[in-house]
Design a protein around this ligand. Structure first.
Ligand code: PLP
Length: 443
């Protein structure tokens, strides 16, 4: 089928990748396959080989690829109206904003729509500066908030040391230690977070900043290393922000809308952020993001004539598809499925950890899970070569894992419609791959 595209008669993955090397700017490490079609949790490459998708596209298609109701909504909305321009409102935009206010915790109420996670975080920080009149930001050292300038500036994994060519980010950003019990410099091996990292963060802010940044931005479950902060950490963070009048921004790009077994990961910790950002799975497959603020923040923005717009802000096409996507998540019980299937998947991964010395840790919530591949449990030395072997092995056997170059973490974030049978298939391919790596395949 792919060989029909734009009159190009190419047959194999290799043919397409050769053409890509001439015309596509390479900015990211790519797998050696070219994908052509998808359905549910399955994807096929241009040679017709089938794969199980453990990353939901780029974490966007949580209702599964090609969901019939989403396709129908795309079709109908495209025929009705796609764009209005920022100076007009459309029913879909208003209805989606109301729907998010109904779903979101606490007093999060008014939404601004954009097209990407980066854009939603730029907006959140712009709002935080406007509302507080302050400029500093704080973020976690292992965070990822996007690659546009502001979002990159608060991204700990921003490739600063290995790519100094990117230059300096936004001034006034302080990075705080990540509350990751497996690697924490303060409490590793103690079995639980004792909040020393939080006390250190506070001390750091007091000594090196005004002590009152405009906002602290966090992922309630850090999607790069798959770190789940402790409930105590998150509650302490919320308390600290309230006490100092610092806005707490929860970036729920990966974790929002059911992925962790609750509508929002913030709910696992019983915290309500002042600003929440959503993207990825919000549009189901179309580029849609939201920055949701409390009624009190909205009032300050509106009374202060806060100005923001972009070409696709609140497009009825994007918002109409987003609404249909939320209907599917709700009516098909996908939040509950994420919780149930996530628990099943995690227990299978824990068995692998118990069985294999190179699986150092298993963590995550719902269907956002991770394995850390190490040389051995005792040293916990990251084993990137072994991780790479596992990833390549799985791809060869038809399993697409979610990894990031240069880290020992394997992430698992399949569509929320995944079944037990599909999880069993994934686990059995992973076990073969891990066994092969443990037997020396990574060397
Ligand atoms: C937590 C988080 N925030 C923001 C982003 C950036 O989103 P986008 O790539 O849509 O700009 C990502 C992307 O992976 C993310 O994981």
């Amino acid at each position: 089928m792919a060989n029909q595209i734009a009159g190009l008669s190419l047959e194999t993955n290799r043919d397409w990748l050769d053409l890509a090397s001439e015309y596509s700017l390479r900015t990211w490490a790519k797998h050696p396959i070219v994908l052509e079609r998808a359905k549910g949790c399955k994807i096929w490459d241009v040679e017709g080989k089938e794969y199980l998708d453990m990353m939901s596209g780029q974490l966007c298609v949580s209702v599964g690829h090609g969901h019939p109701r989403l396709l129908e909504a795309i079709n109908q909305q495209a025929r009705r109206i796609m764009q209005t321009g920022s100076a007009f409102s459309a029913p879909e935009e208003i209805a989606l904003a109301k729907r998010l206010a109904d779903l979101a915790p606490g007093d999060l109420q008014k939404s601004f729509f954009g097209c990407s996670g980066s854009e939603s975080n730029e907006t959140a920080m712009r709002i935080a500066r406007f509302v507080t009149g302050r400029q500093e930001m704080a973020a976690l050292a292992d965070s990822y908030h996007g690659l546009t300038f502001g979002a990159w500036s608060v991204t700990g994994r921003g490739y600063r040391s290995n790519h100094p060519e990117y230059g300096l980010g936004m001034p006034g950003v302080t990075f705080l230690p990540t509350p990751n019990p497996y690697r924490c410099l303060f409490c590793r091996g103690q079995g639980a977070c004792d909040l020393t990292c939080f006390q250190y963060s506070q001390d750091l802010m007091d000594k090196t900043t005004t002590g009152q940044p405009a906002a602290i931005i966090i992922e309630p479950l850090l999607g790069g290393p798959i770190v789940v902060p402790s409930r105590e950490y998150m509650q302490e963070l919320r308390r600290f922000c309230t006490e100092r009048d610092i806005l707490l921004i929860a970036d729920e790009a990966l974790t929002g809308l059911g992925r962790t077994g609750k509508w929002f990961a913030s709910e696992h910790f019983d915290i309500v952020p002042d600003i929440m950002t959503l993207s990825k799975s919000l549009g189901g497959a179309v580029p849609l993001s939201a920055t949701i603020v409390t009624g009190a923040i909205a009032e300050k923005l509106e009374s202060g004539s806060y100005y923001q717009s972009s070409s696709h802000t609140g497009d009825p096409f994007l918002c109409g598809v987003g609404l249909a996507n939320l209907d599917i998540i709700e009516e098909e019980g996908l939040v509950e499925n994420a919780e149930r299937m996530g628990a099943y998947f995690k227990s299978g991964l824990e068995e692998l950890r118990n069985q294999y010395e190179i699986v150092g840790d298993v963590r995550g919530l719902g269907l956002l899970l991770g394995l850390e591949i190490v040389r051995d449990k005792e040293s916990a030395e990251p084993a990137i070569d072994l991780m790479q072997h596992i990833e390549d092995y799985c791809l060869d056997r038809g399993l697409i894992l979610f990894t990031t170059e240069g880290t020992p973490i394997i992430r698992l974030a399949p569509p929320l419609v995944i079944t037990r049978a599909e999880i069993d298939t994934a686990l059995s391919i992973m076990e073969e791959a891990i066994r092969s790596a443990a037997e020396g395949g990574g060397g």
